[in-house]
Design a protein around this ligand. Structure first.
Ligand SMILES: Cc1cc2nc3c(=O)[nH]c(=O)nc-3n(C[C@H](O)[C@H](O)[C@H](O)COP(=O)(O)O)c2cc1C
Length: 228
């Protein structure tokens, strides 16, 4: 069965099943392995990543949560109490390395919006992935992305789209939420991925619901791909 056949069968099981020849029983697939990479200056994307990790684990996935390494000079971080506090709060979170994306089935990124794109910290991490990409190890994994911005229309969509463009270069299988559940409409309605308007407050229940939906959907699609 070709890759395209497998993908179509995963996405449209009923249609495919009508014409498909009888196959041997499907063995139970191993759990989906997911890596969540986030960067967060003030804590929003850290919260988002934690909600996503919890939802993925509840869906049966094995999850590794890592943060993109800080690239700003330490004196700049120290110059802002909120930035330094977030750094101290997450000192225990491992820093992302290319190996974190090697033997996984699903990848989720969460980055603040910076002038309409992902942070330089996330881009710097992406820039370390050339060697892994060269081995083909980044292909055929599912990929989804989340973001936050200060303004409701502050560039969230372009941040997500540019992350998806990167994942397309890897040969990843994009799993944006689309409009696949009404929970999207209560949290801004961004079909590209969960988008939080960052105001320094804890995430709203509506935002958490949209994150959970996006992650559950990604795990479900990844499971179907693994089961083929
Ligand atoms: C250099 C810089 C550029 C930013 N650009 C934008 C922007 O274009 N639009 C916007 O709405 N917010 C912008 N923001 C606000 C961030 O998106 C916001 O601080 C972030 O979403 C908070 O996420 P965090 O708590 O995970 O750090 C910018 C912030 C910084 C520091």
């Amino acid at each position: 069965m070709t890759f395209l056949d497998r993908l179509l069968k995963a996405l449209y099981p009923r249609t495919q099943a009508q014409d498909a020849p009888q196959e041997s029983p499907v063995t139970t697939p191993s759990p989906v392995r997911m890596t969540i990479v986030y960067y967060s200056t003030y804590g929003t994307n850290h919260q988002m990543a934690e909600v996503a990790a919890e939802a993925a684990r509840e869906s049966g996935a094995e999850v590794r949560l890592v943060k993109a390494r800080e690239t700003a000079p330490q004196e700049v971080v120290n110059g802002q109490d909120a930035w330094r506090a977030q750094q101290e709060r997450t000192a225990h979170v491992p820093e992302a390395t290319p190996a974190d994306l090697e033997n996984v089935d699903a990848i989720l990124f969460s980055s603040p919006t910076r002038f309409g794109g992902a942070t330089s910290q996330i881009r710097a991490y992406i820039d370390t992935l050339g060697g892994l990409w060269g081995t083909g190890a980044l292909a055929n994994k599912t990929f989804s992305a989340m973001t936050s911005a200060q303004n409701p229309h502050g560039g969230q969509e372009t941040t997500l789209q540019t992350l998806y463009i990167t994942a397309m270069h890897w040969g990843a299988i994009l799993t944006p939420p689309g409009y696949t559940d009404p929970v999207l409409f209560a949290s801004g309605g961004n079909p590209y991925g969960a988008s939080v308007t960052a105001n320094g407050e804890p995430l709203s229940e509506a935002d958490k619901a949209s994150i959970r939906h996006q992650v559950r959907r990604q795990i479900e699609i990844t499971q179907k791909l693994k089961a083929q």
